[in-house]
Ligand binder design. Structure first.
Ligand code: TMP
Length: 234
C-alpha cells in the first residue's frame, strides 16, 4: 500500500490516502509540541519509537477484544489504519494525580486515586481542548449518549489492560488520552498510544519516562522514549 495524498497534518502525525477508500497511512513525525503548540521542538527518533510502541499496544488491545483502527505496521514511521469518522472528544483516564488534574484541583502530583478518574475534553485547538461533561456532549451533539457509553466502557477496559501491560514492564501508568471514531457504524479506538499520550513513571524511582520530559525541560528526552520502547518490546 502506498501514500497517495496527504489529507491531514497534525502536531505529531500525518495522514495519507491510499488506493483503498477505507484505509489510510498514519505517519509519525519527530515534531513535538506542548501547551497547544506554544512550545515546539523535535525529539529525534520519536516518530519511529511511537509508531513501534503504538503498533505493539494496538495489537495487544486487539488480542483482548478492543476494536482499534490499526491494521498493520508498514515501516519505521508508517502504519496502516482504517479511516475513522473521528468523535471530537479526547478521553483522559487518570490513575495517579498529575498534570492537568493537579493544576485544576490544587493537588500534589503522585496521589494514587482509589478509582480511575475519567475526563472528556472537547477536541478543539481554538478553545484549548476544554474540559466538558456528558451534558455538554449531549448539548453539542458530539456523539449519541449510547455511543458515549460505549466509549466510556472501552476506555475503562483499556485502562485495566494498559495498567497490567505497563506494570509487567515496571512502569506505572499515571494517565493517558484516547481518541475514538466510527467505522462502518462501529466505535474503534484511534490515534496513537505512546509516551506522547501517556504519562509513564518508572515503578521504583518515579522517573518520568514520557513527554513531560519535553514539556518541563527535564532532559534525557530521547533516552526516555527509547527506554519505554525497550521495555514495551521485552
Ligand atoms: P493533562 O494532565 O495535561 O490533561 O494530560 C493527561 C494525559 O493526556 C497525559 O498523559 C498526556 C495526554 N495528553 C495528550 O495526549 N494530548 C494533549 O493534548 C494533552 C493536553 C494531554
Amino acid at each position: 500500500m502506498k501514500k497517495i495524498k496527504m489529507i491531514y497534518e497534525g502536531k505529531a502525525k500525518k495522514l495519507f490516502t491510499t488506493e483503498e477508500k477505507d484505509v489510510l497511512i498514519q505517519e509519525f513525525k519527530d515534531d513535538a509540541t506542548a501547551f497547544n503548540a506554544q512550545k515546539k521542538g523535535t525529539i529525534i527518533g520519536k516518530g519511529v519509537v511511537n509508531n513501534k510502541i503504538s503498533a505493539i499496544i494496538f495489537k495487544y488491545l486487539q488480542k483482548h477484544d478492543i476494536p482499534t483502527h490499526f491494521i498493520k505496521q508498514l515501516d519505521e514511521r508508517d502504519m496502516l489504519i482504517k479511516t475513522l469518522e473521528i468523535i471530537p472528544i479526547e478521553v483522559t483516564i487518570r490513575n495517579i494525580v498529575a498534570g492537568g488534574m493537579a493544576k485544576m484541583l490544587g493537588l500534589e502530583e503522585g496521589i494514587v486515586l482509589d478509582e480511575p478518574v475519567l475526563e472528556y475534553h472537547y477536541k478543539s485547538d481554538a478553545l484549548d481542548d476544554p474540559l466538558i461533561n456528558e451534558y455538554h456532549v449531549k448539548a453539542l451533539k458530539l456523539v449519541t449518549l449510547k455511543d458515549l457509553d460505549e466509549v466510556k466502557k472501552l476506555s475503562f477496559k483499556i485502562n485495566d489492560l494498559l495498567k497490567e501491560f505497563f506494570s509487567k514492564r515496571r512502569l506505572d501508568l499515571v494517565d493517558f488520552k484516547l481518541e475514538f471514531g466510527k467505522y462502518k457504524g462501529k466505535i474503534l479506538l484511534g490515534d496513537e498510544i505512546s509516551p506522547d499520550t501517556c504519562r509513564l513513571w518508572e515503578e521504583k524511582t518515579g522517573k518520568k519516562l514520557d513527554k513531560d520530559r519535553f514539556r518541563r525541560d527535564l532532559g534525557e528526552i530521547e533516552e526516555a522514549y527509547q527506554e519505554v520502547l525497550k521495555r514495551v518490546i521485552s
